[in-house]
Design a protein around this ligand. Structure first.
Ligand code: COA
Length: 261
């Protein structure tokens, strides 16, 4: 049975926690409550050793997330808007979450929805999903990482085109520019996502955390700094029981049983 929050559902399947944004009537648009509940839930799951991987998805078959809740924009001052983005940043909570996070993209993935997917580590889309940063059509620009994470992922030319035109495009195009890792028929989206999530969830949680941190350094530091810190994180693995278990299991030709120690 999923645990129910005002705007979210949480379902645990083995070591995978599935968080569903549950506002299908509003195409799962991110309002303040969703951001707060999402960030609080991640804080809870952060220290929960029974959870190895988190999956984000949207309720219903139309939308992953159709962006920030535009209805909340009316009358908001620049200072309140800044507070919403920075004080309750669900995107930062995902980005800095110490476990892998997967976006299971089942429909409209627009604006803040695309930014949430970009903050995740892996993106898997259904053939029926569509993508875009349409903020420009509202006379604004992306403010949740759209200009930064998107540019690092797909390159400046593609990011610029998406952000300047606000155009919405299909999953095949998203795949061709490297915005998503996989595109599968809608009926296979959950199975494909769970297959990847379960494969990851069996690994050493410490190695996963350090691997995520190391990969993120690539776009946040220069090469020399990144390489130096990679060695430090790699060396840190040698202080863990999981490394001893992984190596022993290989030599003994058996499956490792990692404990996160
Ligand atoms: N914020 C607030 N409400 C939203 C929303 C958003 N980002 N996206 C959709 N909704 C609401 C609609 O207002 C509508 O509410 P209502 O039934 O109370 O009128 C409901 O969700 C259904 O939307 P609708 O436009 O009728 O659905 P659709 O399937 O025909 O179109 C979209 C879906 C996503 C293409 C369209 O809703 C849209 O363009 N949304 C805005 C996308 C956007 O600009 N996002 C970036 C925000 S910065």
């Amino acid at each position: 049975m999923p645990e129910t929050y005002e705007t979210l559902l949480l379902e645990r399947r083995g070591r995978v926690a599935i968080i569903t944004i549950n506002r299908p009537d509003k195409r799962n648009a991110l309002n303040i409550k969703t951001r707060e509940e999402g960030a609080a839930l991640l804080e809870e799951l952060r220290g929960d050793n029974s959870v190895g991987v988190v999956v984000f998805t949207g309720a219903g078959d139309k939308a992953f997330i159709a962006g920030a809740d535009i209805a909340e924009f009316a009358g908001r001052t620049s200072i309140t808007q800044r507070d919403v983005m920075m004080g309750r940043s669900l995107f930062t909570a995902i980005d800095s979450f110490p476990k892998p996070v997967i976006a299971m993209i089942n429909g409209y993935c627009l604006g803040g929805g695309c930014e949430l997917a970009l903050a995740c580590d892996i993106r898997i889309a259904s053939e029926t999903a569509s993508f875009g940063q349409p903020e420009i059509n509202l006379g604004i620009i992306p403010g949740g990482g759209g200009t930064q994470r998107l540019t690092r992922l797909v390159g400046e030319g593609k990011a610029m085109e998406m952000i300047l035109t606000g155009e919405i495009f299909d999953a095949a195009t998203a795949f061709s520019i490297g915005l998503v890792n996989h595109v599968v028929p809608a009926a296979q989206l959950e199975a494909k996502t769970m297959e990847i999530a379960n494969r990851i969830a069996d690994k050493s949680p410490i190695a996963l955390q350090l691997a995520k941190e190391a990969v993120k350094l690539a776009s946040r530091s220069n090469l020399d700094e990144g390489l130096r810190r990679e060695v430090d994180l790699f060396a840190l693995c040698f202080s863990t029981e999981d490394k001893d278990e992984g190596v022993s299991a290989f030599l003994e030709k058996r499956k490792p049983a990692f404990k996160g120690k």
